[in-house]
Design a protein around this ligand. Structure first.
Ligand code: ZN
Length: 325
């Protein structure tokens, strides 16, 4: 009898084991990718990393490894902005349930970078509808290399339901949980597919990596990002918010309008100084050695990566202007 019971249970056990294996194997990362996580100090075996801060009107922010997740929960369901990593999905869901949410109905990706969008691979297959700028979807469909100067991250293509179902070009409007939500793209900035999201009634804005107040400013110039474009994006966003707006950066603590203004001014100074030095035929090495924005590091964080990536975009744009003129 016991033997027969075993025979009956065994196939089910095997099915359960293989399906678990399948679910975990889609979250495998290459050794190159794991090296970058290590360089950033991200240890996914430490699941206590998530911290939740309630902001206003059923809107909260989850901090963890990677980009800040905004969560809106209400009668229309649950919407999140950015989703970090699939390894954190169970704990992200636990926190969302504690806040009163059920399933994640919508995900907005502020852009395609892994530390903001990798969770698409967990939430997309579970039925979340993903929204992103049209260029971000194009990048997600292929393999890309992100050059962060100190390290390079090889980001693999996403497929099927991990890709955005809804895309937009310049602007998109949603009405969700008693908020008019507008999605804005002000042209290439941090990437060529950035989305800044503004909740009008709650007066909360999520900048994605157009605003990074954590450790350093990074512009993905090798994939079309641009310092001049970052400035244009920040100027565009400042026109839609006001002094009372609650500001969520891509990385870093919740902040305010004044911080955005200071950050913008610091980037304008950076652009002016670098343009002048490039005009004097200084090489990247010479500019880095004579760092002209060292005194702005209290606002911008470490400026070595910013100088390197800005130099690349300024040289490219200068060359393009020469061609046009
Ligand atoms: Zn990014």
């Amino acid at each position: 009898m016991k033997k027969n019971l075993y025979k009956l249970i065994l196939p089910f056990l095997l099915i359960i084991l293989t399906s678990c294996e399948k679910e975990d194997s889609i979250f495998d990362f290459s050794s190159e990718q794991n090296q970058v996580f290590k360089a950033f100090g991200w240890d996914f075996s430490n699941q206590d990393i998530l911290k939740v801060e309630k902001v206003k009107n059923n809107i909260s922010v989850i901090f963890g490894y990677g980009g800040n997740i905004l969560v809106s929960i209400g009668e229309d369901g649950t919407l999140i902005i950015d989703n970090q990593f699939p390894q954190l999905q169970k704990n992200i869901m636990t926190e969302i349930k504690k806040l009163g949410g059920k399933n994640i109905d919508y995900v907005i990706n502020t852009h395609w970078h892994f530390d903001h969008a990798e969770g698409n691979r967990a939430f997309g297959p579970k039925g979340s509808i993903i929204i992103a700028h049209e260029n971000s979807k194009e990048f997600m469909k292929k393999n890309n290399t992100i050059n962060i100067v100190y390290v390079e991250y090889p980001q693999q293509a996403y497929t099927g339901s991990s890709l955005p179902k809804i895309t937009f070009k310049d602007r998109m409007e949603l009405k969700f949980n008693n908020n008019n939500i507008s999605l804005h793209n002000f042209g290439p900035g941090h990437t060529t597919g950035d989305t800044i999201v503004f909740f009008r009634e709650a007066n909360i804005i999520h900048f994605g990596d157009i605003l990074n107040t954590d450790s350093m400013v990074f512009i993905d110039s090798a994939n079309g990002g641009s310092l001049a474009g970052m400035i244009k994006n920040l100027e565009g966003a400042l026109k839609i918010i006001n002094k009372d707006t609650i500001v969520i950066p891509g990385h870093g603590k919740i902040t305010d309008y004044e911080t955005v203004k200071k950050y913008l001014s610091a980037l304008i100074i950076t652009k002016d100084k670098l343009t002048e030095m490039i005009g004097n035929n200084m090489s990247l090495e010479e500019i880095t050695k004579n760092n002209p924005v060292k005194d702005l590091e209290s606002i911008l964080g470490d400026t070595n990566v910013l100088i390197d990536r800005s130099y690349l975009s300024l040289i490219r744009e200068g060359r393009n202007n020469e061609v046009i003129n």
